[in-house]
Design a protein around this ligand. Structure first.
Ligand code: NAD
Length: 250
């Protein structure tokens, strides 16, 4: 198994990509802590993983709350003894152009998408140091690498922040065996993008942007997260893994 004896904390693990990552990690031998604000959904994922023979604990986590991160990391260590892997996956999406974006919306998106990644990283590093190293996988986006007219500028800005914050983390902690890498998904079918589900024109438009000719599935991303989380990527840090069906290659 690819994550045997590893302990992994995944933010936003109650649904979407985080849920699929949590289930894949458990299948690959990791003990998993999922942190999310959606308690009912999170508890369901926790139960599904445990019923399937894995080991999983759900914790209530608002990634923009520093104390909540500390509680989540403490829970990981008290339940499973250590922390090896952090997946900063939680995020929110907005689609307002610059003039339609309020200052409050800017703060909300930056607090969750960017500050949340910083706070999670800050809380996890001391435990990773104690464990002799670790792997941090930050879920950015293709929107962190290029602007899009249909995506809110603050979403772009928050994901760009994640991209460069990851490199800074990678360099600051490389000698301690703590790696940090970012993942840049293209359009993936999850509850976040379900707003286009009943709109064939929106789906067609989305697919037309992707050279491979389809939108991605959470599993497409989860296998990339698994690689970067595992020791298979032990020489990989500060890097960017684009999983976008060719979107950015154009
Ligand atoms: P999703 O909305 O289905 O899941 C996101 C999860 O994050 C939810 O469970 C939600 O409750 C949780 N979350 C939101 N705010 C939170 C907070 N403050 N504290 C804790 N948890 C919180 O979305 P998804 O598509 O699975 O997205 C996962 C990540 O991938 C996000 O960072 C997103 O920006 C990024 N992403 C998504 C796509 C896509 O097309 N779906 C593309 C590129 C990047």
């Amino acid at each position: 198994m690819r994550l045997e004896n590893k302990v992994a904390l995944i933010s936003g693990g109650a649904r979407g990509m985080g849920e699929v990552e949590a289930k894949l990690f458990a299948k690959e031998g990791a003990k998993v802590i999922i942190g999310d604000m959606l308690e009912d959904k999170g508890r369901k994922v926790e139960a599904q993983i445990n019923e399937a023979g894995g080991e999983c604990v759900f914790v209530v986590l608002d990634v923009s709350d520093e104390d909540a991160w500390q509680r989540a990391v403490n829970e990981a260590v008290s339940r499973f003894g250590k922390l090896d892997i952090l997946v900063n996956n939680a995020g929110i999406y907005r689609a307002h152009i610059v003039e339609e974006t309020t200052a409050a919306e800017w703060d909300q998106v930056m607090n969750i998408n960017a500050k949340g990644v910083f706070l999670g990283t800050k809380a996890a590093i001391p435990e990773m140091r104690k464990a002799g190293g670790g792997s941090i996988v930050n879920i950015s986006s293709i929107s962190g690498m290029a602007g899009q007219s249909y995506v809110s500028a603050v979403y772009n800005a928050s994901k760009g922040a994640v991209r460069i914050f990851t490199k800074s983390t990678a360099i600051q902690y490389a000698t301690e065996g703590i790696r940090a890498n970012s993942i840049h998904p293209g359009p993936i079918d999850t509850p976040m993008t379900a707003f286009r589900k009943d709109d064939p024109a929106a789906i067609a438009e989305s697919v037309a942007r992707v050279p491979i000719g389809r939108t991605g599935q959470p599993e497409d991303v989860a296998y990339g997260v698994l690689y970067l989380a595992s020791d298979e990527s032990s020489f990989v840090t500060g890097s960017e893994l684009v999983i976008d069906g060719g979107f950015l290659a154009q």
